[in-house]
Ligand binder design. Structure first.
Ligand SMILES: Cc1cc2nc3c(=O)[nH]c(=O)nc-3n(C[C@H](O)[C@H](O)[C@H](O)COP(=O)(O)O)c2cc1C
Length: 227
């Protein structure tokens, strides 16, 4: 099965797009994938070529693939199997499709696509941030994000860099002004995280909140009672 057959398997279910770019923290993207599909949404997963490289580096996945930039199109099944096994998605593997970032013919590259509620770019590199903010639309991630903005659908962008330059900040302001939510994966400590999973869950829950999806993934700040 190649990537085009993979997309043709998509159903008309309510869906979201999750894009993982080449910034640190792809674990967040996979956590969001899992949270969405376990809430009965279909997910269109796009991983940029640098994204594959960071996943390999940080999560030790795709180790049998030697080239620095992996092509999702001709390796789609191996990639999907590895994601399913790594994140325990065996029972819900049919609830997501992996789309090559070169696949500009994809349904989600058009504003006419039905049942696509929104998109999160998590983590978002400064490169993707810049290209989305400037409407470059050179790959499927950038084009799908552009579609979200023009269709006035939810776009959550999770920039990962520190410190930020004025260029990064201007691009974030530009995206915010166009309707995107800017949600840097900055952990809170009021919920007293004990593990990396606690921190990842917090960010995942905040993204779900921004997408308008009810969740109890993270401990919310409930405030103190008045004295
Ligand atoms: C291991 C690794 C970690 C990286 N972390 C970041 C990061 O946190 N933020 C960032 O903006 N770029 C980071 N980069 C650089 C981006 O991958 C690079 O700019 C790339 O061109 C982004 O492409 P993309 O936006 O198409 O994914 C990292 C690169 C590597 C190899």
């Amino acid at each position: 099965m190649n990537i085009k057959e993979n997309i043709n398997k998509e159903t008309n279910e309510s869906s979201y797009i999750v894009a993982i770019t080449g910034a640190s923290g792809p674990i967040y993207g996979f956590s969001l994938l899992k949270a969405l599909i376990f809430r009965s949404f279909f997910v269109h997963l796009i991983i940029s070529k640098p994204g594959f490289r960071v996943i390999k580096d940080e999560l030790g996945m795709f180790g049998n693939i030697s080239e620095p930039y992996i092509n999702a199109a001709n390796k789609s099944l191996n990639i999907k199997d590895e994601i399913i096994n790594k994140f325990g998605l065996q029972k819900v593997g049919d609830r997501f499709a992996i789309l090559d970032d070169d696949f500009l013919e994809a349904r989600i590259a058009s504003g006419s696509a039905k049942n696509v509620n929104g998109m999160a770019v998590i983590p978002c590199s400064m490169g993707s941030l810049s290209r989305i903010a400037n409407g470059i639309s050179g790959n499927l991630i950038e084009r799908a994000a552009d579609v979200m903005l023009k269709e006035r659908k939810k776009l959550v962008v999770c920039p990962r860099e520190t410190p930020f330059s004025d260029i990064h900040l201007k691009n974030m302001l530009s995206l915010y002004s166009s309707g995107a939510s800017i949600l840097p994966p900055i952990p809170a400590f009021y919920n007293k995280p004990q593990t990396i999973d606690d921190i990842v869950d917090f960010i995942t829950g905040k993204i779900l909140d921004s997408l308008g999806i009810d969740n109890d993934i993270y401990s919310r700040w409930n405030g103190y009672d008045a004295k």
